[in-house]
Design a protein around this ligand. Structure first.
Ligand code: B1M
Length: 208
């Protein structure tokens, strides 16, 4: 078995020490932090599946997030600043109302900042008004909405409706577990991204 599979399984089995050891091992082997985030995400998906099938409880979901926090401490500082020091502009981002998931959003924000994009992070469970106020105050070039719950899709749709009535030209990008091309169309977003690396490419399209 490769270290990658071991890492996915260790995360899925919530073996914190093993997850941290394997993360450090993969770094030594030359894996990039973003690649390791993607591997660990696969393990988190299995944690979610085990929760859905009632093998795991809420406490296990919470513990998986705590393990991820430890991984973040190792990997985030290693996300290199891009050589290009040109500031690409400002983005307002948050997790939409009724959703408190932020691990993925925070990775996206870390990568965007490393690329010289100024991100105003609104946090989680943010109502429409928080986005509207931030857009008026910060005048961003784009807005990002994250959400992992199916419920988040409805919040995204309503939030985008309000944003577009304030400014029809501001690009809104969506992402998170339930988001795909159909969701993007349904919520009237300008674009979407399946993961953090793609998110950087998508945001850059609207900032350049
Ligand atoms: Co929750 N949870 N959770 N959870 N949780 C899911 C999402 C779930 C799929 C698990 C499952 O049942 N299979 C399920 C949702 C079901 C659904 O709605 N369809 C679920 C549930 C049900 C719940 C609760 C309702 C449980 C309960 O209370 N009974 C509750 C919700 C509370 C609420 O939000 N109101 C809940 C709570 C939690 C914790 C707080 C314990 C914890 C989150 C901690 C935190 O975020 N700080 C948690 C966790 C850890 C998960 C799972 C296991 C892992 C999520 C994660 O962090 N993945 C998750 C299972 C799963 O995802 N399949 C699950 C790793 C992360 C790196 O990936 O977030 O996908 P991800 O981010 C990616 C991309 O999506 C993308 O880039 C990121 C990096 O590559 N991306 C963007 C994300 N945002 C983007 C924005 C962009 C672009 C790309 O542009 C703007």
């Amino acid at each position: 078995m490769t270290n990658e599979e071991d890492l996915i399984n260790a995360m899925a089995d919530l073996e914190e020490e093993k997850v941290l050891d394997l993360t450090n091992q993969l770094l030594k082997d030359g894996k990039k932090p973003v690649e390791i985030f993607n591997i660990i995400r696969k393990g988190m998906t299995i944690v979610g599946d085990k929760f859905a099938s009632k093998e795991y409880f809420l406490a296990d979901l919470i513990y998986s997030a705590e393990i991820f926090e430890e991984i973040n401490k190792i990997l985030m500082p290693l996300i290199k600043k891009s050589g290009d020091s040109k500031q690409l502009g400002k983005v307002v981002m948050g997790t939409v109302k009724n959703d408190i998931h932020d691990i993925g959003k925070n990775i996206v924000i870390g990568l965007l900042r490393a690329e010289g994009i100024d991100v105003i992070d609104l946090g989680v469970d943010k109502p429409i008004e928080s986005f509207i106020e931030a857009i008026k105050k910060e005048k961003p070039k784009a807005v990002g909405l994250s959400g992992l719950l199916t419920l988040a899709i409805d919040s995204m749709k309503k939030t985008i409706e309000a944003i577009k009535s304030l400014d029809p030209n501001i690009p809104v990008i969506v992402g998170g577990g339930p988001v795909d091309a159909d969701t993007c169309k349904y919520v009237n977003a300008n674009d979407w991204a399946p993961d953090a690396v793609e998110a950087v490419k998508v945001f850059k399209k609207y900032l350049d």
